[in-house]
Ligand binder design. Structure first.
Ligand code: PLP
Length: 420
């Protein structure tokens, strides 16, 4: 791509950035490089590529890194990774075969025995399990805070329980499933205050729920951004993938460990995600416009008790509204709501949907609905569930790209079945 196009918006560059048709017989799309290994022109060239890949010497400023072997690099991954960095303003991105492999590789790359990780609550179930059941086996200590805790409360907790052992703060905002917002900048301040000359406390943010279009955690001080690319980035419910982005400094250990764990995505996954990125902005914009209409419909429905959707926040909501204005450019497309009643009423609603599907996952072109208390959040501690508002009457709805009037009519007829 020409340098004079770099200032353009990411959605304008998703079709071309980082790829030259002349590399592939003029093909307008980057082909699938379904190959395990790459032929070196000379033995000297192979030697130079390995010196850089294994960190034996630094890459020269003008030197292009050559292709070696698809666990280390592959054009479908490299071009995809370069395109992903544009949305978040990251130096580097790494793509993985799942969101969980992005998250687990990043955590293992930065944490060592004796370190403490402080995380927000609630977390995605898989992440919670990895942090609290797997990392702890390797001597990493875990601490958590709640979405409504303020800066001082979190600092006091970190000083008392972690001291100079704190290595990472890990967030998910909006929190799944109730859309509670956590202030990224506030957590970045905590990380700065807890850092010392010897040890920088890293801030990592799982941005799956709002990104990469509606929230950019690095602009608010995050060092690392994580994605389940299975969700909005893939967007068609046909691929499992993940990504980790950040500064060069924060990403080098992640990229190195990915090579040795072998948790990179394959060329076919890379190709599918490049296809998806071309429509990311139009899909997400449409989903958010639909979600705003659906939220307005739900708020006024007699069978709905309460709607949790960031786009409905107003000044009366105080701090949460401030955080929303500061870090989100849209209300997103994830809505949670309490039906009037309990599990029976929520199940009647879910079983009555015709256009929207009853399935977990989110951010896809088709609308999906599920029951967090018995599905995605089934193994969250009962007290915590209650505290977080993950009750029997709560339904989570991921709004797709269908026409909003058809969605509203489907949701309306399903709500009418309750005690109907
Ligand atoms: C789905 C999800 C993950 C896990 O991603 P996979 O692609 O399923 O491995 C992590 N975090 C959040 C917020 C998710 O929604």
């Amino acid at each position: 791509m020409r340098d004079d196009m770099k200032h353009m918006r990411p959605e304008s560059l998703m079709m071309s950035y980082g790829y030259e048709p002349s590399w592939s017989e003029g093909a307008i799309k980057c082909p699938i490089f379904q190959t395990s290994t790459f032929v070196f022109k000379t033995a000297e060239e192979g030697k130079r590529f390995f010196e850089v890949a294994y960190g034996i010497r630094e890459q020269e400023p003008e030197e292009k890194m050559g292709l070696i072997y698809s666990r280390l690099n592959n054009p479908d991954l490299e071009i995809l990774e370069n395109r992903l960095t544009l949305w978040d303003g990251a130096d580097q991105a790494c793509v993985f075969e799942s969101g969980m492999s992005a998250i687990s590789t990043m955590l293992l790359a930065h944490l060592s025995p004796g370190d403490v990780i402080l995380h927000s609550n609630p977390l995605y179930g898989g992440t919670d399990h990895f942090i609290n059941n797997v990392l702890t086996k390797f001597g990493v200590k875990t601490l958590c805070f709640n979405p409504w805790d303020d800066e001082q409360t979190i600092i006091e907790l970190a000083q008392k329980e972690a001291g100079n052992k704190l290595k990472m703060i890990y967030l998910e905002t909006p929190a799944n499933p109730t859309n509670t917002l956590i202030d990224i900048e506030m957590c970045s301040n905590v990380a700065k205050k807890m850092s010392s000359e010897e040890q920088k406390v890293l801030l990592a943010v799982d941005n799956t729920y709002m990104g990469p279009v509606w929230q950019h955690p690095m602009k608010h001080g995050a060092d690392l951004v994580l994605y389940s690319a299975t969700k909005y980035i893939g967007g068609h419910s046909d691929v499992i993938a993940g990504a980790c982005l950040g500064s060069d400094e924060a990403m080098i250990p992640v990229r190195t460990l990915r090579t040795f764990l072998g948790s990179m995505a394959g060329p076919w996954t890379g190709w599918l995600l490049m296809r998806s990125l071309e429509t990311l902005k139009v899909r997400m914009d449409q989903q958010a416009r639909n979600a705003a209409k659906v939220a307005d419909f739900l708020v006024n429905h007699p069978k709905v008790e309460k709607v949790y959707y960031p786009g409905l926040l107003t000044e009366a909501d105080g701090r949460e509204f401030e955080v929303f204005k500061k870090q989100c450019s849209s209300g997103g497309a994830m809505i949670a709501f309490d039906v009037v009643g309990g599990e029976k009423e929520a199940f009647t609603f879910l079983n009555s949907l015709k256009l929207a599907h009853l399935a977990v996952s989110l951010g896809s072109t088709e609308s999906l609905a599920e029951h967090p208390a018995t599905m995605t959040h089934a193994d969250v501690d009962a007290d915590l569930k209650q505290q977080m508002g993950i009750t029997e009457k709560l339904v989570r709805f991921s709004v797709g790209v269908e026409h909003y009037e058809d969605l509203i009519s489907d949701i309306g007829q399903a709500l009418d079945q309750i005690n109907g």
